[in-house]
Design a protein around this ligand. Structure first.
Ligand code: SF4
Ligand code: SF4
Ligand code: SF4
Length: 272
């Protein structure tokens, strides 16, 4: 049973958040929402422990489709970065602000970029494409993320400064259009660079939060140097060009790790 400790601990953390928000916000939604996400994550890890090949994808599809279809389309919650700015400017600690605080700003201090590996609805689609391993060196295009980040901030700030009415409706449509743009750009880049995660590496504005916070992540891939035979297999399968054989926090592309565990699965010496 010891091997199921990690999913049990993660489920417990999500339940604590669920109950805390349910009681403080007096809203049953938070109990159901965070319980569902915690169960989906724990289920994926249990499947991984049982060596099911698509364990991560199960969690990613369960959480990603729930957030996109139920929260985004049915409940009209803009969980994109524009939604975060919108709720932040209105001073409301709900929906996108809670989501960002838990998954993308403070959560990464504990679980790194687990969001990107197990929950993001953009990557949920991108990961269907054939280029699962990067296969080529990283391009120097990371600066694009600062443009998309600034654009999202300027867009919402301009709406507030212009005192535009019916903001909820605009946020709903910006969620639809924003997601379509993400998918079109992400799929185009995946095929152009032959790299499913090219959008994550160069364009996604959320990485402006994710990267610095995940630098300090408690949960990270480490290499047992006594076991490693430097075969390089782990670096070949990594979708994010991380040098996981270097244990320092400054390792190459260290803040890109999405905890997909492909390197761990591929290591013949169980050194990771
Ligand atoms: S980098 Fe952005 S698009 Fe990629 S998985 Fe993370 S949040 Fe999603
Ligand atoms: S796959 Fe394992 S043994 Fe090979 S380089 Fe990576 S950590 Fe070392
Ligand atoms: S293959 Fe390993 S180092 Fe690369 S993203 Fe996945 S877990 Fe992180």
């Amino acid at each position: 049973m010891k091997k199921y400790l990690l999913p049990a601990v993660l489920l417990a953390i999500f339940e604590i958040v669920a109950v805390f928000l349910w009681l403080t916000k007096d809203n049953m939604f938070y109990l159901i929402n965070f319980s569902y996400i915690g169960i989906s994550i724990a289920l994926g890890i249990c499947l991984y422990i049982r060596k099911y090949k698509y364990a991560r994808r199960v969690t990613q599809l369960l959480v990603g489709s729930y957030m996109l279809v139920y929260l985004g389309l049915i409940c009209s919650e803009n969980m994109q970065i524009e939604g975060f700015w919108y709720y932040l400017f209105t001073g409301v600690f709900e929906a996108a602000t809670i989501h960002y605080a838990v998954a993308k700003i403070f959560g990464p201090l504990f679980f790194g970029r687990g969001w990107c590996g197990y929950a993001c609805w953009t990557a949920m689609i991108l990961d269907f494409f054939p280029y699962k391993q990067s296969g080529q060196p990283r391009k120097k295009l990371g600066w694009i993320r600062y443009i998309t980040f600034s654009a999202s901030l300027i867009f919402v700030a301009a709406l507030f400064l212009a005192h535009v009415g019916n903001m909820e409706r605009i946020m709903f449509w910006s969620f639809i259009i924003g997601n379509l743009l993400y998918y079109v750009t992400g799929i185009t880049l995946a095929f152009y660079f032959k790299d499913n995660r090219a959008f994550c590496k160069y364009v996604c504005p959320v990485t402006v939060f994710l990267k610095p916070m995940s630098y300090f992540s408690m949960l990270r891939i480490k290499c047992d140097k006594d076991k490693c035979v430097s075969c390089g297999r782990c670096r070949q399968v990594c979708p994010m060009n991380v040098d996981m054989t270097d244990n320092s926090r400054k390792r190459a592309n260290g803040t890109e790790c999405i905890l997909c565990l492909e390197c761990v699965k591929s290591c013949p010496k169980k050194a990771l």
